[in-house]
Design a protein around this ligand. Structure first.
Ligand SMILES: NC(=O)c1ccc[n+]([C@@H]2O[C@H](COP(=O)([O-])OP(=O)(O)OC[C@H]3O[C@@H](n4cnc5c(N)ncnc54)[C@H](OP(=O)(O)O)[C@@H]3O)[C@@H](O)[C@H]2O)c1
Length: 325
């Protein structure tokens, strides 16, 4: 038996319950991992509420780092005692210990501790996907990053700047604005006080941006589209404010725009893609090019408090849950 957070019915943060769960032994191709740190991501909220479908009861969470405690038959490369991390499927990281397919984990380099690994693998491979594969950011590009002080946003700003782009970030508070400036934003827009469309227009001299990384959804989608230059890329990759309204295709044709809604699960769908993306990310973390902001930690048993703070926009950078023992 291990302790885990369980969702028995969809709903608010209060549905996250601390319960005993039987996990058993790893079968063919599986390993058991004792989690040292667990990453909290906005996608966990969508699953908890039932916006993304998982049959109840389930253990939420898609990111953790820990130590291997057992390996099943057929697992040759991973040994008991190895430090590993995973991000994405399967659901179930909000637990002291879990069974995982061996082919979804990546080795954690010695230079990276568990809290950092659990804070950065999902968010950082998302940033890698967005900046290096969905749209290849290069020197001379101007990029707009919403929620620039968030978990993914902080990494997007730092990495975008390192690639030579001019980075415009939006945030909700002065405090988040300071963090975004430290993370390399050339221009920070406080969206609760300023009209971001008008400000982007002013900053770019009316030219618009090459790409918008929009993780907000309904509240920003139309405005984001209007900040793009001709042949610009609209990358919609999250929607905490709700699903954007339907879009007539003619809204794209006026500037020959591109529109995409990428999912990490499709971009890291093979072990090779995952390992390559994680290697590029960890290199940037180890070299100091990316600073991982582990700004909040909560006991695993208090995951509900972490969700409430994330949804209330009280957090910045990454959030980790720490198993109690
Ligand atoms: N497509 C993919 O494969 C993929 C993978 C990973 C993450 N994502 C998406 O990336 C986004 C960022 O994830 P994250 O875990 O790093 O979260 P996060 O950015 O740390 O937190 C969300 C932030 O969004 C902003 N926000 C604006 N309107 C909001 C609202 N109505 N409710 C809540 N927050 C709102 C807030 O920043 P301000 O206070 O500054 O506005 C808040 O801090 C999420 O949308 C997530 O779904 C997508």
């Amino acid at each position: 038996m291990v302790k885990a957070i369980r969702v028995n019915e969809h709903g608010g943060p209060e549905v996250l319950k601390w319960e005993d769960v039987e996990i058993g032994e790893p079968k063919e191709g599986e390993i058991r991992v004792k989690n040292k740190a667990i990453g909290v991501n906005f996608i966990d909220v969508y699953f908890r509420k039932g916006n993304y479908k998982a049959p109840v009861p389930f253990t939420p969470g898609m990111e953790a780092a820990g130590v291997v405690t057992a390996v099943g038959p057929g697992v040759t490369e991973i040994k008991v005692g190895h430090a590993v991390a995973y991000a994405g499927a399967p659901l179930g990281s909000y637990t002291e210990e879990q069974i995982l397919p061996a082919n979804v984990v990546v080795p954690v380099p010695l230079s990276i501790d568990y809290n950092v690994a659990a804070s950065v693998l999902l968010k950082g491979t998302t940033a890698q996907m967005l900046l290096r594969r969905v749209f290849k950011v290069e020197a001379g590009h101007t990029i707009l990053v919403h929620a620039a002080a968030g978990g993914v946003g902080s990494l997007l700003c730092q990495w975008g700047k390192a690639l030579g782009a001019t980075v415009i970030g939006t945030v909700s508070t002065e405090q988040k604005a300071s963090q975004a400036t430290e993370d390399g934003c050339d221009h920070v827009i406080i969206s609760t006080k300023e009209d971001f469309v008008a400000r982007v227009n002013e900053i770019t001299g009316g030219k618009g941006v090459d790409v918008v990384y929009d993780s907000i959804g309904k509240d920003t989608f139309q405005g984001s589209l209007s900040t793009l230059k001709t042949r610009g890329y609209m990358v919609s990759f999250g929607s905490p404010s709700g699903t954007p309204d339907p879009l007539p295709l003619s809204d794209l044709s006026s500037k020959s725009l591109y529109l995409t809604l990428p999912s990490l699960l499709h971009y890291n769908s093979t072990s090779e893609e995952l390992l390559q993306s994680a290697a590029e990310l960890f290199e940037n973390v180890a070299s100091g090019a990316l600073k991982v902001r582990v700004n909040h930690s909560y006991p695993l048993s208090e995951a509900g408090r972490a969700h409430a703070d994330l949804e209330a926009r009280k957090t910045s950078g990454s959030i980790v849950l720490l198993p109690d023992n």
